[in-house]
Design a protein around this ligand. Structure first.
Ligand SMILES: *Cc1c(COP(=O)(O)O)cnc(C)c1O
Length: 393
C-alpha cells in the first residue's frame, strides 16, 4: 500500500556501515535501518549466531520455556535497573505493553477508575492506535479518531508545564497512573532530555505514586553512548521499553520493569512471536558483541568526532543551519527557520553524494549510524554532508 514515501534506490546488499544499490553503487549508511542495525550490516558474529540458531530451532511459542529468551532477559536485567522482561516484536508493541501495565497499576494498585497517562508533546511512541494516542504530535492522529482515551500532554523538558497539567487532571483527586516519556525525543527532532527536568519529574512521580515509564526504543542498547538513555539523566524509570537497536536489525521489542512495577499475571498480556528463539538469539548476540568489542567506548569517541564535525559544518552554512543536537550516535543537524532546505530535501540530495540519512521531523537531519562506525567513516560522513550542502545551498 502507499504507506511510505520511498526514496528511489533499491538497497540489495550491505557490509558494516556500507550498503549497495541494485546498480552496484555504494552508500555510507547513517540510517542503519533507523537505528536498528547496531552491529552494521551482515556482521560476522551475528550472521554466524543466527545461522546456527536457524539450524537449531526458530520458534516454539511462549507455551514453553525458551532458553534464548531467558538468556536475553538475564542479560538485560544484569545490565539495567530492571528486574523483569516481557518480549514482543516492535517498539509500538512494547509501548502497548507499557500502557496496559500503567492502566492495570492505576486500577488495581491506585484504585483509579479511569487512569490517565501523561506524555510529552513532540514525543513519539509508535503507530498502533494506543501508541499514536500517546504520541504528542497531532499530525499522527489525523484521520484515525476516535483515539484511545486517557492521554494528556505537557511540554518536554518543562516542569512548570508538567505541574500545571497534573494539577488540572487531578483537580478532583488522583487520576494519573503513569508518565510515558523518551529520554531523548527521536522522531520529534532529537531533543535531549534535561537532567534537572527529569529529576524533578522523577521526584514528583515518586511523591504521587505515579509510574515513570521511559520509551528507550530509539535510545536504548548503547546508541546514546551509555546502555540506556536514562543514565544520562541521573534518574531510573520504574519501567522502560526497548526495540530498535536490540535485535541488530531483527524484529524484537521488550518491556522492562523493576520488581515493584511487575504487575502482569499469567493471561494479562501475550505475544505469539514475542521472545522467540531466533529474535532473542539476535538480541543476546548484539548485547554480548557490544560488550566484547567495547562498542560503548567506540560510540563515545565517534560521537565526539561527529559532533565536532557537525558543529563546524553548522558554522560553514549559517544561512541554513541552526545547531546540532543529540547524544552518542543519535545526532541531529538542525536547519534554521529561514532556510528553504528541508530535512527531506537534504535526504534526497545526499543520495547524490552516496550518503543515507533520515529526517526527524521537517527541520532535523538525523544521523544514527551503526555503533561499529570507524573514525575514517565518520570523516567520510562529514565530507559527504558538507558536499551535499554545497550542492543545494
Ligand atoms: C521507532 C520508535 C517507536 C516505534 O517502534 P516500531 O518498532 O516502529 O513500532 C516507538 N518509540 C520510539 C521512541 C521510537 O523511536
Amino acid at each position: 500500500m502507499d504507506t511510505y514515501k520511498r526514496l528511489p534506490i533499491k538497497i540489495v546488499r550491505g557490509k558494516g556501515c556500507w550498503v549497495w544499490d541494485q546498480n552496484g553503487k555504494r552508500y555510507l549508511d547513517a540510517v542503519a535501518g533507523i537505528a536498528t542495525c547496531s552491529l552494521g550490516h551482515s556482521d560476522n558474529a551475528l550472521r554466524r549466531a543466527l545461522t546456527r540458531q536457524l539450524n537449531q530451532i526458530q520458534h516454539v511459542s511462549n507455551l514453553f520455556e525458551i532458553s534464548e529468551q531467558e538468556a536475553l532477559a538475564s542479560w538485560l536485567v544484569d545490565h539495567s535497573c530492571a528486574d523483569r522482561a516481557f518480549f514482543c516484536n516492535s517498539g509500538a508493541e512494547a509501548n502497548e505493553a507499557a500502557i496496559k501495565l500503567a492502566r492495570k497499576y492505576g486500577h488495581f494498585k491506585r484504585g483509579i477508575e479511569e487512569p490517565v497517562i501523561l506524555a510529552a508533546k513532540a514525543g513519539f511512541h509508535g503507530r498502533t492506535l494506543a501508541a499514536i494516542s500517546a504520541t504528542g504530535q497531532p499530525n499522527y492522529h489525523k484521520g484515525f479518531e476516535p483515539l484511545v482515551q486517557g492521554f494528556e500532554f505537557f511540554t518536554y523538558n518543562d516542569f512548570a508545564s508538567f505541574e500545571k497539567l497534573l494539577k488540572q487532571i487531578e483537580n478532583k483527586g488522583p487520576r494519573v497512573a503513569a508518565v510515558l516519556i523518551e529520554p531523548i525525543q527521536g522522531e520529534g527532532g532529537i531533543n535531549t532530555g534535561n537532567e534537572i527536568f527529569f529529576q524533578q519529574l522523577q521526584a514528583e512521580c515518586i511523591k504521587r505514586e505515579i509510574l515513570l515509564i521511559f520509551d528507550e526504543v530509539q535510545t536504548g542498547m548503547g546508541r546514546s553512548g551509555n546502555w540506556w538513555g536514562y543514565e544520562h539523566l541521573g534518574v531510573e524509570p520504574d519501567a522502560f521499553t526497548i526495540a530498535k537497536g536490540l535485535g541488530g536489525g531483527h524484529a524484537i521489542g521488550a518491556l522492562m520493569v523493576k520488581q515493584h512495577a511487575n504487575f502482569f499475571s499469567p493471561g494479562d498480556h501475550a505475544s505469539t512471536f514475542g521472545g522467540n528463539p531466533f529474535a532473542c538469539k539476535a538480541g543476546i548476540t548484539v548485547a554480548t558483541e557490544i560488550e566484547r568489542r567495547n562498542l560503548l567506548t567506540n560510540v563515545n569517541k565517534r560521537a565526539a568526532e561527529l559532533n565536532d564535525g557537525l558543529i563546524a559544518i553548522t558554522k560553514s552554512f549559517p544561512n541554513h543551519l541552526h545547531t546540532v543536537r543529540g547524544l552518542g550516535l543519535i545526532q541531529g543537524l538542525v536547519l534554521n527557520e529561514e532556510t528553504t532546505i528541508t530535512a527531506q530535501l537534504f535526504t534526497k540530495a545526499a543520495l547524490n553524494e552516496k550518503l543515507l540519512v533520515v529526517p526527524a521531523g521537517p527541520k532535523v537531519i538525523r544521523m544514527v549510524p551503526p555503533l561499529v562506525i570507524k573514525a575514517s567513516e565518520i570523516e567520510e560522513l562529514l565530507k559527504r554532508v558538507k558536499a551535499t550542502f554545497r550542492n543545494i545551498e
